[in-house]
Design a protein around this ligand. Sequence first.
Ligand SMILES: NC(=O)c1ccc[n+]([C@@H]2O[C@H](COP(=O)([O-])OP(=O)(O)OC[C@H]3O[C@@H](n4cnc5c(N)ncnc54)[C@H](O)[C@@H]3O)[C@@H](O)[C@H]2O)c1
Length: 327
Amino acid sequence: MTWLITGGAGYIGAHVARAMADAGERVVVVDDVTTGVPDRLPADVPLVRGSALDADLVRRVCAGHEVTGVVHLAAHKQVGQSVEQPERYYRDNVGGLATLLETVAAAGARRFVFSSSAAVYGNPDTGLITESTPCAPVNPYGETKLAGEWLVRAAGQAHGMATTCLRYFNVAGAAEPALADTGVFNVIPMVFDRLTRGEAPRIFGDDYPTPDGTCIRDYVHVADLAEAHLAAARRLSRPDVSGDLTVNIGTGRGASVRELVDVIADVTGIGTPALVEPRRPGDAPRAVGATALAEKELGWSATRSVRDMIVSAWEGWCLRHPEASAT
Ligand SMILES: NC(=O)c1ccc[n+]([C@@H]2O[C@H](COP(=O)([O-])OP(=O)(O)OC[C@H]3O[C@@H](n4cnc5c(N)ncnc54)[C@H](O)[C@@H]3O)[C@@H](O)[C@H]2O)c1
């Protein structure tokens, strides 16, 4: 049996592909390399270049590799872009998912893992977000992830496919420098970017009702996240498992933006004081995911620290920005 990993040349996908291949699972990656980097994949993981939304291609891959399970990561993921191009996000993240589900179900796949996001929750007013916290996404990206979860669940029921939706919190770090995130959309690379350019890191609001006044988020190391996918895949492979599961993938611990900036200063040795700017509209004071369900159902919990994430992310950043280490 083989797992088809869509988006496996991406930041998270390459970690998942490696973790699964290292654990002895047979995997094949379909990636159109729009944001993916083929070199992230080990030589023994086959990469089929093309769209996961191309039914003919997916049908051929399923037949050629005897695919019985799918880990679907390929998607557009930029919140701001989703506000500007909602049709594209709905068409590819939801419409494309429908095509993929239909195709892999017809080809005989009976296990499906879906990359969802804590963005499905929106900005809930709660200390710890559990899987039963009401979902109220605040942008088209989060909406497509929530609609994707509904679609995955419905298709699973219709086709007798066991499914798992993983709601990732804030993903950071790298298992090795070459696998680091190349985007500058998350707070850690954004701070690196500012420091490398000799600019002060920015903190949006220090008057939130949190201990140091800055927003708190749940950062999960991408290597831990990859292990969660392996655990989810292994669980779905058990003969006694059917139906659907939706589970948070976080650490249950929050780190404030101020704490993050302080650890970054320590790790990089660049102590440029942060610039405090006004709050950004829509930022929740605190978003931390409960972990009990992941521990119970997947037997998984995160083991790496925020410092581990920052050290590994900085190594990856310096690999692509040699000028940064000389700053
Ligand atoms: N990075 C995060 O913090 C985060 C948080 C929550 C959820 N997610 C989700 O995790 C998944 C992976 O995110 P990432 O951070 O690795 O992003 P990424 O952009 O690095 O990876 C996405 C990969 O999918 C590929 N791709 C995109 N459209 C495709 C298509 N139609 N067919 C085949 N390949 C396609 C890209 O080339 C890329 O390799 C996404 O579904 C994203 O929404 C990410």
